[in-house]
Design a binder for this molecule. Structure first.
Ligand code: DGL
Length: 283
């Protein structure tokens, strides 16, 4: 069984990284739409078209299920994707309900892309909550991540300035409503008051994937658990058409907008996964 993950870029690697920890013996595909990132500042119609192309490619490569590891593409295109393909398509929504249920006595601050924040899907979701929910679009954070700029002075200044618009002491939680934001958990942790929880929504998405596939994915247990960093051998992996083998018997075939990754690009993926690994327990 092949499970595909799709994002506009490298953000969805945060969901894939957790899947690599959680499951064993799985064949994964990862599609980053590097030719068209960022999605969050484009029109809904454009994102629908790009998402249909990406998922069409993944299905043509044998995907039995697709995780849209992108809040923006989910917000803009999930109905169209489900209408167009017969494989299960699992979306990713900002975890504002989890935040409200767990810490709803205080307000939630949702950070996401402009498209997600303007979307009807989010308005419906937030409309059903009792909890006070504030939102903030952080499009530059996507660019910083894509440029491998994770904790530069510019990142700190941008986040400090944007978050200063809110009464952070009043907050119960910060919801990361864009998968690219997972790269900045350490910086966000430092800026936020210590009582504010950071919620990413990755677990919820993988729980839905597992239940949708009804036992089609094997859970990794105890001694099988991978050392969380990827095992990478550029010598062989570069010649493997963009495929990397990981502990736990998992493998991932990586594509940038439909092209298999070369050894240099695969080595960069390893840097991203290591960064995500370091962010793992921050919350
Ligand atoms: N990673 C995507 C998300 O979760 C979108 C980033 C972008 O391309 O703007 O929303």
């Amino acid at each position: 069984m092949k499970i595909a993950f799709f994002d506009s870029g490298i953000g969805g690697l945060s969901v894939l990284a957790e899947a690599l920890r959680r499951f064993s013996g799985a064949e994964f595909l990862y599609f980053a739409d590097e030719d068209h990132v960022p999605y969050g500042t484009k029109s809904r119609a454009e994102i629908v078209r790009l998402s249909l192309d990406a998922v069409g490619f993944l299905v043509s490569r044998g995907a039995d299920a697709v995780v849209v590891a992108c809040n923006t593409a989910t917000s803009a295109a999930i109905s169209e994707l489900r209408g167009a393909f017969s494989v299960p398509v699992i979306g990713m929504e900002p975890a504002v309900k989890l935040a409200a249920d767990s810490f709803g006595a205080r307000p939630t601050l949702l950070i996401a892309t402009p498209l997600t924040i303007a979307g009807e899907k989010l308005a419906r979701l937030v409309g059903r909550l009792e909890c006070e929910t504030w939102s903030l679009a952080l499009p530059r954070l996507v660019e910083f991540a894509q440029d491998l700029e994770f904790d530069s002075p510019a990142v700190w200044a941008y986040l400090r300035e944007e978050l200063a618009k809110f009464e952070l002491e009043r907050l119960g939680s910060l919801v990361l409503g864009c998968t690219h934001f997972n790269y900045f958990k350490d910086v966000l942790r430092e800026i936020l008051p210590p009582h504010v929880r950071i919620i990413d929504g990755i677990d919820g998405t993988l729980n839905r994937l597992a239940s949708e596939l009804g036992g089609g994915l094997k859970l990794a247990h105890g001694e099988d658990l991978p050392s969380r960093a990827a095992k990478f051998d550029a010598e062989t992996d570069g010649k493997n058409g963009g495929k990397i083998y990981y502990p736990n018997g998992n493998s991932v075939e990586y594509f940038y907008s439909g092209r298999a990754l070369d050894a240099v690009q695969l080595r960069k993926v390893e840097i991203f996964l290591k960064r995500l690994d370091a962010m793992w327990e921050i919350g």
